[in-house]
Write a protein that binds this ligand. Sequence first.
Ligand code: GLC
Length: 737
Amino acid sequence: MRVYKIDDYVLKYRIGHPFETEAVIRDGEEIEKNTMDYFKISQATKLRLIYKMNTDDIVLGLGENQRGINKRGGIYESYCTDDPNHTPDKKSLYGAHNFLIVDGAETFGVFIDYPGRVTFDVGFTHKDYLEIIVDDNNLDIYIINGNNLKEIVKSFLKLVGQCYVPPKWAFGYQQCRWSYEDAAEVENIADSFIKNDIPCDAIYLDIDYMEDFKDFTISHERFPNFKAFVEKMKKKGFRLIPIIDAGVKIEKGYDVYEEGVANDFFCVDQDGKPFVGAVWPGRVHFPDFLNPEARKWFGLKYKTLLDCGIEGFWNDMNEPAIFYTDRGLNKAIKKAKKSEDENLNIYSFFELKDTFIKISNNLEDYKSFYHKVKGELVNHDKVHNLYGYNMTRAAAEGFEEIKPNKRVLIFSRSSYIGMHRYSGIWTGDNHSWWDHILLNIKMMPSLNMCGFLYSGADTGGFNGDANAELVTRWTQFSIFTPLFRNHSAMGTRNQEPFAFDEESKEIMKRAIELRYAIIPYIYSEYMKAVINWEVYFAPLVFEYDDEMSRKTEDQLLVGDSIMISPIYQENVTGRYVWVPEDMLLWKVKKYSDREYEIVKKGHRYLNVEIKEIPVFIRKNKMLILGKHAKNVESIDNRQLDIIAFIEDKTSYIYYDDDGKTYDFKKGKYSEIAIEIEKADGEFKINIDNRGNEKVQRLNFDICPFAKALIRAIFLKEKEKLYEKEKQWNFNAYYIFT
Ligand code: GLC
């Protein structure tokens, strides 16, 4: 074991000769050290790290996974898996996010940088033991120290690099469905948004847009004159987002296939021939994304679509999903034939059934193909979790070459830490189940801790039929997730906001309008999180150290100013909420209506009618909002509203930038710093505009104000001031001249 000091907080323990995953972007100096902090380590065929947990320790992180924000009690396996049934017993979903934090008697983070299978037994086998098991003796382990959860996450995010930033329009509402068949249907969906006056920024093209499910092709029959169609839709206000799958169809004359074979860009089997698996188009080859040349080749293929005016993509089936291989299929068919005349009993029937079920995403298949890395063959199983990461990296690197310094929307289904620098993720094929709203709520902060800020679930649920109430409540949560996309599977009930009754449509419309109104806040908080190495979604324990906040699993902090308590149960009109300090509650039915109440610290039962979205503004914090429009680019935010809840003093930095380029990395962005202080019967307001040329006026709603406090004083020259007493909040405005 060699030990490297990355900085005062982070140590890297290198065991054997690990595969370079490129998850981490920092190096360190080798130091003298023979033991690992916190963990007992045992190295037999597998490597085991063992930590004895304290009764009160909580364990956070692990990104895309089942169960709670606190991962205790569960066993999780990092092995990216295409499994659409996210039942609570599942150990692996689509991503592999090997970072967790133990918080309690000792507080530290650990990142297992190993691209094959890793098991995290977080008090499952024995309630007091955290055991991490790796199938190999070649890996890097990072231990991250810090005084609190926020510091540890910050150190970790600095270690793995700055998170991806999508174009600003990608913070708008997005509509997807597998089975929008042709241009006419896509346009019809767009027209329904227009007719119903519901904001929307993007409509997705699922596999139906391709010719025989071949990547980088367009069905001319279903989408004649694609480029003109993309243009037409953009004029209407919608961007089209096509899907790209990992498998390349084997078909003579298909350029991607031909070029891949000619240049040895596909993964190979044990005989050195391109490996064959089957996905949507039938038999395919899988590009070897671990080979930089193959990555470059595939990345530049996106140009075909970018040249048609496309500005965003979703990368799918990149675990990679394998429906079957000839090996597995033949084995199953043989077995079935043999069973033909048998009287199948409990054992033989289930064995036969299992053989078929296990044809897909079979471990033997993953073990039977290879990548070429620096001239050497590497078995796929050992680097399995890097596949989706590198497919998506290929895309991002391609975009940078084709459209330098232009933000392109990209998110992936499969992922590994490190991919967050290139792309966002969505959490794959969930169900239209109430439990999956809750799972979505719990997963968001865990993903954020692992670096994936641009993320979201299929709102309304992908598989199964949704009813109006479920889609409504889910939409009311998703208005806070950076990626806000409604998606459903072919054959299920339609679930667009207008697919149900009039009343539900109106309620969802109001929720989506609220989303657009708070984009100034969402975008500002997202960007500050990216720049300052912070999370956008946090569990309460990140800010509050009381016992309840450590245990709360169904409320989240969104950015620095607000807390949310979504409804995730059917037929309820309220829920219990833990209010960790006095907060200002704004129950939003329509965002132009402003009625607030102060909710005292403690356990509260909150009535939440189907029309209502509770937003809690934290003490001494501000929420900033503008107006909705049909899409993000049409928003007119020359006036912004500020809702402030002040005990004594508060400050907020409102961030903005061009929303289109990466110039913010060179410091090209604007800030408006707002400070409000309550003193001597007055609110003293200080506004410092650092380069924002869009905002002309700020309107203030300041709560609470007592009779004695009747004036707002702006500390800068040139201000105009208006003051009005309205029940118990105070209005004032400030005009930039
Ligand atoms: C996969 C994706 C899903 C998509 C479907 C068809 O199941 O996860 O989002 O709609 O494939 O492409």
